[in-house]
Design a protein around this ligand. Structure first.
Ligand code: ADP
Ligand code: MG
Length: 701
């Protein structure tokens, strides 16, 4: 826990070791469940519940139900069926049922002799004698005393090896007793907010979820729709939102050079283009310009579907910074893309007398030194590179704008490291982040609340949508014929080999093998190969040959996923597409359909496909809209996978679930804004501390 703020150690910040029976060993097991203090334990919510609150008459039990029954053993015998088992017949006034044990001791058998009264709990299944309970939990009842049934639904907690339900239940129970006695879950949501959003108190919600009364709907709890769950999710999402607002405020209190001018350079660039910027490009550029004109760092995310022309927007933004005497760093996620940007920016900027420097991870020492000098002396206006850009020896003379292309490939840390490079005498660089992975609104609202967003929601005119077909591996010969005839007509094709979860080395080997096979099958074609393990110079050579049309069929790994731009390529085959995320498939597919001819994408899958696999490829066939695809992908796979938790710094929620709780996000945003506007700083700090703890620090790195 962070010790910022002047909070005292409340009941719930106390370590679990204050509980009876918790020593270092148990504490270690609890830590595996991310439970360190009492609050963590209180927020360690059950996955589901069992209903042991009422006894069901035996005549009333139903198949599949988990039931508590009570009765008298009428007979207990060892039966030698396929497996030896102990079979007890239990009867109450209403009927009888079999209890069956495959593992049992002699003592156990004796304890279940005829005449014994039992209470059992177990799942009703179908056995050879009708309804049976296999290995039920049971307890002997003595006829003198009534034994009460459970008062609450029985919680089933996420557990871990060596730490089982009963132990966890007892620990949670201890924490709840302390909570009731001493308090400790302070209410940081003002009463008016609770009322407005119809929220129960935090303490009430926590207690209810650990001890639901029998009348609570188990289904509602399972679906996460119970008001108590909603209450907790609301607060967690709110805390997260508040921390992002805070981060954003912090950024906005920093200084940056206000940028103005640059129009002549922009006009010169546009005049040299064979096309006009689209309306969407112009609008987004205006949004960027407004940010740049302020003396605080811009933090803007530009989303635009594959091919929407983000590069040009970046170039025009860069010109404004360069005209103001600043340097611009453009960071791309792969060598190939960085190289391609380098080429296009040189083509655009050198006629404007702007020098473009270039840094690659695999550059020779001499070349690198030359480039570094241009950067540190300031003769280079624009510097293009991969993450090589934020290595220690890269020193910018006067970095004013950082542009990051295809953000989803970079971690928050990398982004911030580059930003740190730009700090000079109290001034921060502006940041422009571009992504073709459309971020569904719900995610954008929560994962990127610290960024402003612009959307290029229009493709340049004259594009023809890519027609996508889903074909099983068995029809590979047809697909190869299609490549043959396409290329015979002067087109070009990509053949993409995928192999996730395996090493990059294996992926490259697979691509090499495919290239050989395809070359053998298509001897009349010039087949090229590009993969991540080739030397940069080799890669560049191959890509240039492909651009120039000297190579007709390019076999590649997913290295060509982002940014590569060869308009004459109009056919793409993706092997084993079921292995890739939809966003990634969409990116890949965006490499074709860039010219005027009709383009095709063949998803060559290996049968059998799972239900989910079928649905996902179906989405690719049906939609060419990156936003639709991302929304569906989110529905099918959940946010973590879509964005990649580590890659984006997207917080893992304890209780909230962005999909399940999407409908409350809007009220969460309102509430966050309201707390801010009302200046309820104490509440804000406590909420952030409670839910984010040290993670909030991480967000500031
Ligand atoms: P992405 O948004 O995927 O990065 P690019 O910036 O690579 O897209 O642009 C894709 C292609 O569209 C490039 O060849 C680019 O030159 C071209 N392009 C960009 N803007 C326009 C426009 N307004 N009109 C026509 N073509 C454009
Ligand atoms: Mg791009």
């Amino acid at each position: 826990m962070s010790d910022s703020g002047q909070q005292t150690v409340g009941v719930n910040q106390r370590p679990v070791t204050v509980l009876k029976g918790v020593g270092p060993q148990l504490a270690e097991k609890l830590a595996r469940l991310q439970v360190h203090n009492l609050q963590d334990l209180l927020f360690h919510l059950p996955l589901r519940y069992q209903d042991r609150t009422r006894v069901t008459p035996i005549a009333g039990i139903q198949l599949g139900q988990d039931a508590v029954i009570e009765g008298t053993v009428s007979a207990a015998n060892i039966v030698m069926g396929r497996r030896r088992s102990l079979v007890c017949r239990l009867q109450d006034g209403s009927g009888s049922v079999t209890l069956r044990f495959f593992h049992f001791s002699a003592a156990q058998k004796q304890g279940l002799a005829a005449g014994t009264r039992l209470r059992c709990y177990g799942e009703v299944r179908r056995g050879s004698s009708g309804f049976e309970l296999f290995h039920p939990e049971y307890q002997r009842l003595d006829s003198e005393h009534e034994v009460a049934v459970e008062e609450f639904l029985t919680p089933i907690y996420p557990a871990t090896e060596g730490l089982h339900q009963n132990r966890l239940r007892a620990l949670c129970e201890q924490a709840l007793v302390l909570l009731e006695k001493e308090g400790g879950l302070d209410e940081w949501l003002p009463a008016s907010m609770l009322q407005q959003h119809e929220l129960m108190s935090l303490q009430e919600a926590v207690i209810l979820l650990h001890r639901p009364p029998p009348e609570v709907s188990q289904q509602q709890l399972l679906d996460g729709q119970h008001p108590a769950q909603r209450r907790l999710a609301f607060e967690e999402l709110l805390a997260h939102q508040l921390s992002l607002l805070q981060l954003r405020q912090r950024v906005q209190s920093l200084n940056a050079y206000a940028l103005d001018g640059g129009d002549p350079l922009r006009q010169a660039l546009i005049a040299a283009l064979p096309f006009q910027p689209t309306q969407a490009q112009q609008r987004v550029l205006q949004e960027i310009d407004q940010d740049l004109a302020r003396p605080h760092p811009m933090l803007r995310l530009v989303q635009g579907d594959v091919g929407s022309g983000k590069t040009l927007v970046a170039a025009l933004a860069a010109l404004k910074a360069i005209a103001g005497g600043h340097q611009v760093a453009l960071m791309a996620p792969t060598e190939i893309l960085a190289e391609q940007h380098y080429q296009s920016f040189r083509g655009w900027f050198e006629p404007l007398d702007i020098e473009v420097a270039w840094l690659s991870g695999k550059q020779g020492a001499r070349v690198r030194r030359e480039q570094l000098e241009k950067i540190s002396q300031g003769s280079a206006g624009l510097v293009v590179g991969t993450h090589a850009l934020f290595q220690d020896d890269v020193v910018f003379a006067r970095l004013g704008l950082v542009i990051i292309d295809e953000q989803h490939r970079f971690g928050v840390h990398q982004r911030l490291a580059l930003k740190a490079k730009g700090e000079r005498s109290g001034y921060q660089p502006h940041q422009l982040i571009m992504t073709a992975t459309p971020i569904p609104r719900t995610l954008a609202m929560s994962a990127y609340a610290d960024l402003d967003c612009s959307v290029i929601d229009q493709l340049p005119p004259g594009r023809t949508p890519v027609e996508t077909v889903v074909i099983p591996e068995e029809r590979r010969p047809e697909v190869i014929n299609r490549v043959r005839s396409g290329c015979a007509e002067g087109r070009q094709a990509y053949w993409v080999c995928t192999l996730v979860e395996e090493s990059e080395a294996l992926q490259c080997q697979a691509a090499e093998a495919s290239a050989e096979t395809l070359q053998a099958l298509l001897p009349e074609l010039r087949v090229g190969l590009v993969h991540g393990r080739m030397k940069p110079a080799e890669k560049t050579q191959v890509m240039q040959a492909y651009s120039a049309g000297e190579i007709q069929l390019l076999v590649a790994t997913t290295v060509i996923e982002v940014g590569v731009d060869v308009p004459n390529a109009s056919l793409m085959i993706i092997e084993n597409p079921e292995r890739l995320g939809l966003a990634q498939l969409h990116q890949l597919r965006g490499r074709v359909g860039r010219g005027a001819t009709r383009s095709y994408c063949v998803l060559l899958y290996r049968a059998p496909l799972s239900q989910m696999g079928r649905e996902r490829l179906g989405i690719m066939r049906e939609s060419s809209d990156g936003f639709v695809i991302a929304e569906k992908d989110l529905e099918l796979r959940g946010p973590g996978e879509l964005l990649g938790v580590r890659q984006t710094g997207l917080v893992q929620y304890r209780i909230a679930d962005l999909q399940r709780d999407a409908e409350i996000l809007e009220s969460v945003q309102d509430a966050a804004k309201w707390l801010h506007d009302e200046g309820l700083n104490d509440n804000v700090q406590h909420l952030i501390l409670r839910w984010m703890g040290e993670r909030e620090q991480y967000a500031q790195v």
